[in-house]
Design a protein around this ligand. Structure first.
Ligand code: GDP
Length: 298
């Protein structure tokens, strides 16, 4: 029988089958690395139930530090990145998340949360402005919402757009800590806490232990909650893969001709078209400094 993984912990996985039944299964082999939303073949005739094999993935989103990588989820239809102005989101982390998605061909949307806070939201918009061309070229939408509307009853029309955006899709929800990701998930899925509590109990993890992603049913689709983070390493990506998250570079080469060196990294090389586009104001200088920082760190 086939099933998909809602969450996992150690060698155990909590899965849902085609009839909507949940089962706790053990991984037999040590060669497999489970990921949330993996499709697997399970055997319920034995106790405990086992995962016989993992089915091929259409994509797998990771983050990776120098010596270890962390699987966030597999087979996702889109990513939703939650940012806010209070605290102000890190544009470096945002650039990293976008790169991770694009390396796997995953589209997505940016959700600016806490728009009830006007001054912080103005700062968030200002910081996001350098991403405008990038997001437009990648086809990502930006929605402004409030997970905790104040005064009560103040609901952004875009909150409703958000429900439409996640309907019938498997959406990976990413966000650095404090952006209001949990609040937003609770707003989107009233049973969010009940569903994640069931997962914690099944896997015997503490209620608030969020080391693995957890998938919950929502609006005829799935929302995959990931642990909040302050770092988002991209050691698993090569330079050309990282460049997919900076589509302005290709556009600059079209406008100004190719860089003098075919393998130009847009650092300090002479005859660099990207640098030229930055100097003429076509590309925000912050985009180039983000890129240079990313390239040096990976
Ligand atoms: P997470 O770390 O991203 O999961 O963030 P939380 O959901 O725990 O929220 C962090 C803080 O932001 C909490 O104090 C929330 O009450 C607050 N918060 C979340 N959403 C909103 C919002 O839309 N407006 C305001 N004003 N505060 C919010």
């Amino acid at each position: 029988m086939q099933a998909r993984i809602l969450s996992h912990h150690g060698r155990q996985a909590w899965v849902i089958d085609g009839q909507g039944q949940h089962h706790l299964c053990m991984y037999k082999g040590r060669d497999q690395e489970p990921m949330t939303n993996d499709w697997v073949e399970i055997d319920l005739a034995v106790r405990p139930a086992v995962i016989l094999r993992q089915l091929p993935r259409k994509n797998a989103l990771l983050r990776s530090e120098a010596h270890r990588s962390k699987g966030l989820a597999a087979n996702i239809d889109q990513a939703m990145i939650v940012i806010s102005g209070d605290p102000l989101f890190s544009d470096e982390l945002l650039a990293r998340m976008i790169c991770a998605c694009f390396a796997e061909g995953v589209a997505g949307l940016i959700v600016v949360n806490k728009v009830d806070l006007s001054q912080p939201t103005a700062r968030a918009r200002q910081q996001l402005a350098s991403f405008t061309d990038c997001l437009a070229q990648l086809g990502w939408a930006v929605l402004e919402v409030a997970a905790k509307p104040k005064p009560p009853g103040f609901i952004q029309t875009e909150n409703a757009d958000l429900v439409r955006a996640v309907a019938e899709k498997a959406t990976l929800v990413l966000g650095q800590s404090g952006m209001g990701k949990s609040s937003l998930l609770n707003w989107l899925v009233p049973e969010f806490n009940a569903q994640t509590q069931e997962i914690s109990q099944a896997l015997q993890t503490g209620r608030h232990t969020t080391t693995a992603s957890r998938m919950v049913a929502a609006h005829d689709g799935w929302l995959i909650d990931t642990p909040g983070f302050q770092l988002f390493g991209l050691h698993h990506l090569s330079g050309p893969q990282l460049a997919l998250g900076f589509p302005e570079w290709a556009a600059a080469q079209e406008a100004h001709g190719r860089c003098r060196f075919a393998n130009c990294h847009h650092l300090n090389e002479p005859g660099c078209s990207v640098k030229q586009a930055v100097e003429s104001g076509e590309i925000a200088a912050r985009r180039l400094s983000l890129w240079q920082g990313l390239l040096k760190a990976s």
